[in-house]
Design a protein. Structure first.
Length: 83
């Protein structure tokens, strides 16, 4: 497979719909940490929020893995039943 044009690759990744959201999230966390340095125990509140974001971000991957396993098991069962 040929390598994609680097300019095209960069444009797609920079202009991707999720990129501004990710940049906003990273910037938001940095601002909260900076502004929250005067708030005692800010990590008690921020870390669970970050953990929730990570879990929600990984949920589609987990669902797709479960769906593919289910599809593979159904295909294997139909293949075994055809014998």
């Amino acid at each position: 497979m040929p390598m994609p044009d680097p300019a095209h690759f960069l444009a797609v990744n920079v202009l991707d719909a999720s990129s501004p959201l990710a940049a906003f999230g990273a910037l938001g966390i940095a601002v909260v940490l900076f502004a929250g340095s005067s708030v005692p125990n800010v990590d008690r509140h921020l870390l669970p929020i970050v953990a929730a974001v990570v879990v929600v971000s990984l949920a589609p991957l987990a669902l797709e893995l479960l769906r593919s396993r289910k599809t593979a098991q159904a295909a294997q069962a139909s293949k075994a039943g055809a014998r």
